[in-house]
Design a protein around this ligand. Structure first.
Ligand SMILES: O=C(O)CCC(=O)C(=O)O
Ligand SMILES: [Fe+2]
Length: 391
């Protein structure tokens, strides 16, 4: 595939983003002007455009961060250690190893100031709304590392979308559209660690892979669609802010992924298929492996359905104040742009929720597991239908 055929958009309305990229699940690079006003883009960076090491250490002196050694392999990832952020920054400056600070939940500790705000186009974020409100957790990260640090080939959790904005530096991305797992999976069911350095005897058909490559410059944002595998390499000292996120447009994909993972667990436990409580054991393992079982998925959907049912019954929430200097972080729900709260958007979201719940309700697994999941799904669908009918 052409090396540079991922579109770059400098100026794009939310409507156009939804129509051309979010709904069709297509990648896009959003222009640097959109992040220009983020405090992180000036506070974390020197006038020369390099990381402001001293400032970062001063802002986050006590944060424990996960640091990957990019010259090692640990299952599908690199080996990782934990250290204080200033310790990592010191090692980074020395540059003796390719160390990469990853998945740092920097918004948790920093109540000092709002370093950024998700672009309005990317603000319809059910994953962070749910995790923040129900689990006290989040999928908001910062990544920092020097020349050649990289993230191995992977697909994101829950078949979520990701967005990644460069605060400074550049990233080289390889993006692989869904449906090609057979080309990058070996006889043992393991996927390839790196698309640029691999054993051809283990992955003889990898050369057939359809893929896109792109360079992401300072300030630019990459939208990674749902189910697109990717590998990322930093060019020079690079810092990025990344979110995993989901919404109505990939809810079906999220559900399909759960069904696929369920089949893998069933297969792994095939020797004990007939035992008492087998389906509950499968759910237990599914929850551990995939981060969510069927009931967990339902709780997630129910939470978001309640948000939209609230919109049907009351005035839409006012637009969030555009005050990026505000102290403390805005909740995921408060970042959602008004575009996604309109009556049309609310109807669309509830209709999609109902369609996915219909699949969950009629899935044989739903009736097999203990508890009354099927009844709960039925009841929620009834409430949604009534609300859709009323409004
Ligand atoms: O920037 C990186 O190293 C990895 C980013 C990534 O995998 C993502 O945003 O989903
Ligand atoms: Fe990723």
């Amino acid at each position: 595939m052409d090396a540079d055929c991922i579109e770059r958009r400098e100026n794009i309305s939310i409507d156009e983003f939804v129509e051309c990229y979010l709904e069709p699940n297509k990648p896009v690079i959003l222009g640097a002007a959109l992040t220009q006003h983020w405090p992180a883009r000036s506070d974390w960076v020197t006038a020369e455009g390099t990381p402001n090491f001293a400032r970062l250490s001063a802002l986050y002196p006590a944060d424990l961060v996960d640091v990957a050694d990019c010259d090692t392999t640990y299952f599908s990832d690199h080996q990782r250690t934990t250290m204080l952020l200033p310790e990592f920054i010191e090692k980074w400056q020395k540059g003796e190893q390719r160390l990469y600070c990853k998945d740092w939940h920097f918004t948790r500790s920093s109540s000092q100031y709002q370093a950024y705000q998700p672009l309005p186009h990317l603000s319809n974020d059910w994953l962070n709304t749910y995790y923040e409100e129900e689990k006290g957790d989040d999928y908001r990260f910062c990544y920092m590392g020097g020349q050649g640090t990289w993230t191995p080939f992977h697909e994101d959790v829950f078949r979520s979308y990701s967005w990644s904005s460069n605060i400074c530096g550049q990233k080289r991305w390889i993006l692989v559209p869904p449906g090609q797992n057979h080309l990058f999976t070996d006889d043992q069911g393991n996927w390839v660690h790196s698309l640029v350095d691999y054993d051809q005897t283990r992955f003889p058909r990898l050369f057939e892979l359809k893929k896109f490559e792109l360079m992401q410059g300072p300030g630019e944002t990459v939208f990674v669609p749902s189910g697109w595998w990717h590998q990322v390499q930093n060019i020079g000292d690079t810092i990025s802010i990344n979110h995993n996120w989901t919404n109505e447009f990939n809810l079906r994909r999220m559900y399909d992924r759960l069904g696929h993972d369920l089949q893998s667990v069933r297969y792994a436990l095939r020797d004990v298929t007939g035992m008492d409580g087998f389906e509950d054991q499968v759910q237990l393992v599914l929850g551990i492996n995939s981060g969510m079982d069927f009931c967990g998925f339902f709780m997630f959907v129910k939470h978001m359905a309640a948000v939209y049912l609230g919109h049907c019954n009351a005035d839409p929430r006012p637009l969030p104040a555009a005050d990026s200097e505000a102290k403390g972080y805005k909740s995921a729900r408060d970042c959602v742009d008004g575009y996604f709260l309109s009556p049309d958007s609310t109807h669309r979201a509830l209709n999609i929720i109902d369609a996915v719940l219909e699949m969950l309700e009629s899935d044989p697994t739903t009736a097999l597991i203990s508890g009354d999941l099927k009844d709960k799904v039925f009841d929620l669908r009834k409430t949604i239908k009534q609300a859709l009918h009323r409004s």
